[in-house]
Design a protein around this ligand. Structure first.
Ligand code: TRP
Length: 457
C-alpha cells in the first residue's frame, strides 16, 4: 500500500539522505545558538539537559518523523492528511503540517538574518579586520554591524537569494556533494579552533563551564530552552526531517540514520562550545553575551593565531554553507506543498516562499536597532525584541508541540503494523524500545517540561 517514490524526486542512496539530513541539522543552531544559550543558562547543567533531550526525546521523534515522511511521500501537510486517512484517523492531523509550515517561515525569517552576519564576517575575515582583535574591539566591531540595518538587509537578501536558488533546483541536486566535502572540513576547522583554545590559558575553565553541572543555576526557563534547542538543532517538530524522509528509499534503516545524524550534530555543537568558552574567559568577555557570542569570540582567535586569515575566512564560509543547507530544509515543506496542491512550478513556488520569508526577516533586522525592546523570559532579560520573541515562540513552543503531536501520532494513532513495517525492525528489542520511547517517554518529557515552565509544579 505504501507509495515507493515521491513526485519531487528521491535521494539516490541512504548516505545521500544522511548527508542531507545532517546538512539540515548542523547549522547556526550548533555553532551560533548552542554556545550562546549555554552561556546564558549557566553552562554544564543546561548542556546535560540538552544532551538528555537529544537522546530521550530527539532521536525517537526523529525516527517517527522520518518514518511518517517515508510512508506519506509528500509535503508534511499532505503526508499527515494521507496517513491520518489510511489509519482511519481524523483529518485534523494535517494541522501538524500547517503548524510546521508556519514555524518554518518564522524560523527562516530570522535564520537568514543571522546567516547574513556570517556572510558579513566572511568578508571581514578576508579583509584582515580581525588582526590583533581584543574583547573590546571585537564587541565594537559586532555592534557596528548590528546597528546598520541597511547592511544587515543586504546580507539577508543575498542569503535568501542563495536559498531560493537551491530550492528551485530541487533539494537533491548538488546538496549531497556539498555536504560530503564541507561537513568534514567544518569538523577539521572546529578542531583547529579547539587547538587554539587549548593555548588560550583558560581551556580548563571553558571545559568546566560546559561540562560540570551546577544544578543551582538551572531555572525552569533553562530547561525549556534546552528542550526547545534539542528540537531546533535536530531540525525536528516542523516537518523538515519528515520532508527529507519522504525522499528516502524504502530499504534504508531509519534507526541507524537517526543515530548517526544526532551524534554528528551533537559533536559539532560540543566542539563549538569547547572552542568558544576558553576564549570567552581568556578575553574578559561574558558567557551571557547573547546572540553575538560566536562573533565576539572566534574573530579574536583568528586575529591572533598563525594562519588566522585563511582559517577565519574558511570558517565563516563553512558557517554560511552550514546555514545554507539548513535553511533550505526550513522552506522545502512549504514549497513542496505549493507544487503538490496549487500546481505551481517549483521555481515559482520557491520565489513566492522566499519573498514572504524575506519580508518577515525585516522585522528581525530592525529588532537590533530601531525596533529594539527588552522583555523578561523566565526571569531573564531579553534585549532582542521581536527576534527574541520569534526565537522563543518557535524553538521553545512550536517545535516541541509539533514534535509532541508527531510522537502521539506515530505512537498512538498509527497501527503497530504500520510503524513496524516502516521501521523494518521486526519484533525485536529495538522496535519495542522505540515504541516505549515514542508512546510514553518522549511525550511525557515534553509535557513535564512545559508544566514545569508554567509553574504548575
Ligand atoms: N537545525 C538547524 C540548525 O541547527 C536549523 C533548522 C533547519 C531547523 N531546519 C529546521 C530548526 C527545522 C527547526 C526545524 O541550525
Amino acid at each position: 500500500m505504501a507509495v515507493t517514490t515521491s513526485v519531487h524526486g528521491m535521494w539516490t542512496t541512504r548516505l545521500a539522505f544522511i548527508l542531507a539530513a545532517t546538512g539540515s541539522a548542523v547549522g547556526l543552531g550548533n555553532i551560533w545558538k548552542f554556545p550562546y544559550i549555554a552561556g546564558e543558562n549557566g553552562g554544564g547543567a543546561f548542556v546535560l539537559v540538552y544532551i538528555l533531550c537529544v537522546s530521550m526525546i530527539g532521536i525517537p521523534i526523529m525516527m517517527a518523523e522520518i518514518l511518517v515522511g517515508r510512508r506519506g511521500r509528500q509535503s508534511p501537510i499532505n503526508t499527515m492528511r494521507t496517513l491520518a486517512y489510511e489509519e482511519g484517523r481524523h483529518g485534523f492531523w494535517q494541522l501538524v503540517g500547517w503548524g510546521g509550515v508556519i514555524a518554518g517561515f518564522l524560523i527562516i525569517s530570522y535564520y537568514s538574518v543571522i546567516a547574513g552576519w556570517a556572510i558579513a564576517y566572511t568578508f571581514r575575515a578576508l579583509g584582515g579586520t580581525f588582526t590583533s582583535l581584543t574583547g573590546e574591539t571585537a564587541t565594537d566591531l559586532f555592534n557596528a554591524l548590528l546597528g546598520d540595518p541597511e547592511r544587515l538587509l543586504a546580507w539577508h537578501t543575498i542569503f535568501m537569494v542563495m536559498t531560493i536558488i537551491v530550492i528551485s533546483r530541487g533539494v537533491r541536486s548538488g546538496l549531497e556533494q556539498a555536504v560530503r566535502v564541507l561537513m568534514p572540513l567544518l569538523f577539521v576547522l572546529l578542531l583547529v579552533l579547539v587547538g587554539y583554545a587549548l593555548t588560550s590559558g583558560r581551556f580548563m575553565d571553558g571545559i568546566e563551564f560546559l561540562f560540570v553541572p551546577d544544578f543551582g543555576a538551572l531555572s525552569a526557563g533553562a530547561v525549556i530552552t534546552a528542550m526547545g534547542h534539542a528540537f531546533f538543532t535536530l531540525s525536528l517538530g516542523m516537518g523538515a526531517i519528515m520532508m527529507y524522509g519522504s525522499y528516502l528509499p524504502a530499504s534504508a534503516s531509519i534507526a541507524r540514520s537517526s543515530l548517526i545524524i544526532a551524534l554528528m550534530d551533537t559533536m559539532v555543537a560540543l566542539l563549538a562550545g569547547m572552542a568558544i568558552f576558553p576564549i570567552v574567559f581568556a578575553n574578559g568577555l561574558e558567557p551571557e553575551a547573547g546572540p553575538g557570542l560566536v562573533f565576539l569570540t572566534l574573530p579574536i582567535a583568528f586575529g591572533n593565531m598563525p594562519g588566522g586569515l585563511l582559517f577565519g575566512t574558511l570558517f565563516f564560509v563553512l558557517l554560511v554553507f552550514a546555514a545554507w543547507t539548513s535553511a533550505i530544509s526550513l522552506i522545502e515543506p512549504a514549497v513542496a506543498w505549493l507544487v503538490e496542491n496549487q500546481g505551481i512550478e517549483r521555481v515559482r513556488a520557491a520565489v513566492y516562499v522566499g519573498i514572504v520569508a524575506w519580508l518577515l526577516g525585516i522585522v528581525t533586522i530592525m529588532s537590533f536597532s530601531d525596533w529594539a525592546f527588552t522583555f523578561d523570559f523566565a526571569g531573564e532579560a531579553k534585549t532582542g525584541g521581536v527576534f527574541d520573541l520569534l526565537d522563543i515562540l518557535t524553538a521553545n513552543f512550536m517545535l516541541p508541540l509539533g514534535g509532541l503531536a508527531m510522537a502521539l501520532f506515530a505512537g498512538w494513532f498509527m497501527s503497530r503494523e504500520s510503524t513496524r513495517d516502516e521501521l523494518a525492525m521486526g519484533q525485536g528489542l529495538t522496535y519495542r524500545l522505540w515504541r516505549v520511547m515514542i508512546r510514553y517517554i518522549a511525550p511525557l518529557a515534553v509535557v513535564l517540561v512545559f508544566f514545569n515552565a508554567i509553574g504548575l509544579m
